[in-house]
Each structure stands twice: as C-alpha cells, then as structure tokens.
Design a protein around this ligand. Structure first.
Ligand SMILES: [Zn+2]
Length: 201
C-alpha cells in the first residue's frame, strides 16, 4: 500500500478518461520524481483553468470572461448558429475554415437511458436565442454527433425549432461522417464537406 497522499493522487489521476490504474500509478510516480516547478506548474494550471474558464453567457462555449472569443468577434455571421454537443466540437469545425457563423453548445446529447432530458441541456436557451436575436437568425445548423443520441437530439431540436420559428432554415450536416463517432475525431476535410453539403431537415 502506498502512503495516503500518493494513493490519493493515483485515485484522482485514474478518474481521468483513458487513464487506468496502472497509468495513474506511473503518472503519480513521475509527478513525485519531477521538480517542484514542473509538478506545481501542473497543479497551478489545473487551478487556473477551473478559476478562470467558464461558459459563455450567449453560446455556452468555453470562455475566459462573460463571452467567448467567437461571440465577441463582430466579423462572424450572427444570422447563422451551429449547434454542437460539447465545447470540444467547436474546434474541429473552426479548423475546417468553412464556417463563419456563431455556435450554441448544448452541453451533451439527449439520452433518456442515462437520464439526460431536454431540461439538462441548453435547449431552452437555444430556442430563446433564436426567437429573440437582435439580428434575425436565418439558419440553425444541427451539428450534433452522428451517434444514436446525437441523431435523437438533432430530431428533437428540428421539431422544436420548426414549431417555434417556421421561418428559420434548419439544416443537418451531410452524411459521410463516420457513424457512431464523435465530431471531434472527424478529419477537417470530411467535416468541411459535411458542412458544405448540409441539407434542410
Ligand atoms: Zn459564445
């Protein structure tokens, strides 16, 4: 058995995605051997990210301050909103260079089995945003993941948006993305094509 502080570090590290017990142990011993600057730098970086990074009050993307950099960029096309599941999905879409609109981050996908209901996601906020936008929204792109839960979420949103805002075009990414995988793992060419070929739903 390890001394309690080491055990605690191993337990915390093993909670990280993709880190098993063995890797956690290896990392813990690496941290233990590392110099103060390196080890405490890691601790400080974790503290700083938790203290300074929050969610954008408009789109719920990650933001340092009340609004994210994309919402604050006046060159972006505010008549276009792309709906994604997680902040990590914004990055691959930005990388395609195909998209100049704004985003709306839901914070997950509908999954009744896991207890994720519409009220657990930023859906009300999306509907409100579309209904009350200062500059009218012309199109909402549903870019949830091509998974069962992502598709279910897109269907739900399409219905809700059609009912509320019949004048707004609702589109879904074209097929061609690897089914069952997350947007964040799609390569930019495939994702760029899926964006360019998006179709009304
Ligand atoms: Zn934002």
């Amino acid at each position: 058995m390890h001394p309690a502080p080491i055990q605690r570090l191993i337990t915390e590290l093993s909670r990280l995605p993709g880190v098993g017990q063995r890797t956690a142990q290896r990392l813990a011993f690496h941290i233990l051997r590392a110099g103060d600057t390196e080890a405490l730098g890691l601790a400080e970086a974790i503290r700083e990210v938790k203290e300074k990074v929050g969610l954008c009050e408009v789109c719920f993307n990650l933001a340092e301050g009340p609004r994210c950099r994309i919402c604050e960029d006046e060159r972006r096309d505010s008549s276009l909103i792309c709906v994604v599941e997680e902040p990590s999905d914004v990055i691959p879409i930005e990388r395609t260079g195909e998209y100049r609109g704004l985003y709306h981050v839901l914070g997950g996908a509908l999954s009744p089995i896991d207890g994720v209901e519409p009220e657990d996601l930023k859906i009300t906020q999306l509907l409100q945003r579309v209904a009350t936008a200062a500059e009218p929204v012309h199109e909402v792109v549903l870019a949830t993941n091509p998974t069962t839960t992502g598709e279910a979420t897109a269907l739900y949103l399409a219905d809700a948006l059609h009912a509320q805002s019949p004048d707004v075009t609702i589109t879904r990414l074209a097929s061609g993305l690897p089914v069952g995988s997350d947007l964040e793992y799609a390569d930019e060419v495939t994702l760029g094509k899926a964006l360019a070929g998006r179709r009304a739903v």
